[in-house]
Design a protein around this ligand. Structure first.
Ligand code: ASP
Length: 327
């Protein structure tokens, strides 16, 4: 831990401004994954491996960190094996696939789309919202109309073969149970830092399977599924969106890092907060990733099973996250 960080932490612990609920003593956690490195890309789940590869290729080919996090998750948006990202994702309970995505850079620029249909690359549409409109978020039909105006082709609205099979199975009982467990979530959240310390992040999903039509999760909500600040670091989330929105998960992690926590400590504190603010925690999985501006990393989940991909310029590896509950 840097002297400065130690100092900030000690001062905060003795300060009248210390955030309630955060003033318990916390042990320094082992930081086996956290040695600072730049450039660095982190992304959720095993599909993070090919996504990181594309992101690193973009970065080393001269692209910006923003170009990299867009290019990386575009790979997942086209991955037919992934039933939680892109148009091949599982539909809502009406049988319609709707997509959410967000993108952000460390200077506060951000763009998001939610509840959008027929767009193959919602992450690129989110970037267009950021770069071509005075707004941060477009949803539903408005987002689709904006996509058309920007020359995005509209895809045919049919379920992918795998999603169609799963939807038919689900319709047998049509049981609406918005739980996220190890089998049914796969959002990609990606955060990255370039060698100059510039940060960016992206997050894209088809959301919770069999959700109510119109439901939007954490992924396109800036501060929930994604938050990036060049002064501090970046965080992203996966898991039950409602549980993450309730605690403003990604923003919380960045703010905890601002106050002196390491990325690992910040992720662990966010999980603790999420557990405190959500009922039926045994049915809720959520996981967080974080990077600080030194290129140190953190990851933590509610339950076992969360993994993430970490790429440096020389290595791209899948790492099992630790979790609050253990098997
Ligand atoms: N966070 C996503 C959502 O709630 C789901 C996921 O991570 O797969 O929409």
């Amino acid at each position: 831990m840097s002297q400065r960080r130690k100092f900030i932490k000690q001062s905060l612990m003795g300060s009248a401004f210390f955030i309630p609920g955060l003033n318990q003593a916390f042990a320094r956690v082992p930081t086996e994954f956290s040695a600072g490195q730049k450039p660095l890309i982190l992304s959720t789940w095993n599909h993070g491996i090919p996504a990181n590869e594309a992101a690193m290729a973009k970065l080393t080919g001269g692209g910006s960190i923003l170009d990299a996090v867009e290019a990386g998750v575009k790979v997942t948006e086209l991955d037919l094996d992934n039933l939680s990202v892109g148009l091949q994702g599982l539909p809502d309970r009406e049988g319609i696939t709707t997509l959410d995505a967000s993108i952000m850079t460390g200077d506060g620029s951000c763009g998001t789309v939610a509840f959008v249909r027929q767009i193959k690359h919602p992450i690129s549409l989110a970037r267009m919202v950021m770069e071509k409109t005075p707004h941060v978020m477009l949803v539903g039909e408005g987002a689709r109309q904006f996509a058309i105006s920007q020359g995005f082709p509209l895809e045919e609205e049919i379920l992918s073969p795998n999603a169609a099979i799963e939807y038919q199975k689900w319709k047998v009982t049509s049981q609406y149970k918005p739980i996220i467990n190890i089998e049914n979530h796969d959002t990609i959240g990606m955060i990255g830092i370039d060698s100059n310390g510039k940060l960016a992040g992206s997050c894209t999903t088809s959301g919770l399977a069999y959700k109510m039509h119109g439901r939007v999760g954490d992924s396109p909500i800036i501060g929930a599924g994604l938050f990036v600040d060049d002064e501090v670091g970046a965080a992203t989330a996966t898991g039950l969106g409602e549980s993450i929105i309730r605690i403003c998960g990604s923003f919380l992690i960045v703010e905890l890092m601002r106050q002196g926590r390491t990325p690992q400590e910040a992720c662990e504190e966010a999980v603790k907060r999420l557990i405190a603010k959500n009922k039926n925690i045994k049915d809720i999985q959520a996981g967080f990733l974080a990077i600080n501006k030194e290129g140190e990393t953190g990851a933590f989940a509610v339950h076992p099973g969360f993994n993430f991909a970490k790429a440096t310029s020389s290595k791209n590896e899948l790492i099992d996250s630790r979790s609050h509950f253990t098997l």
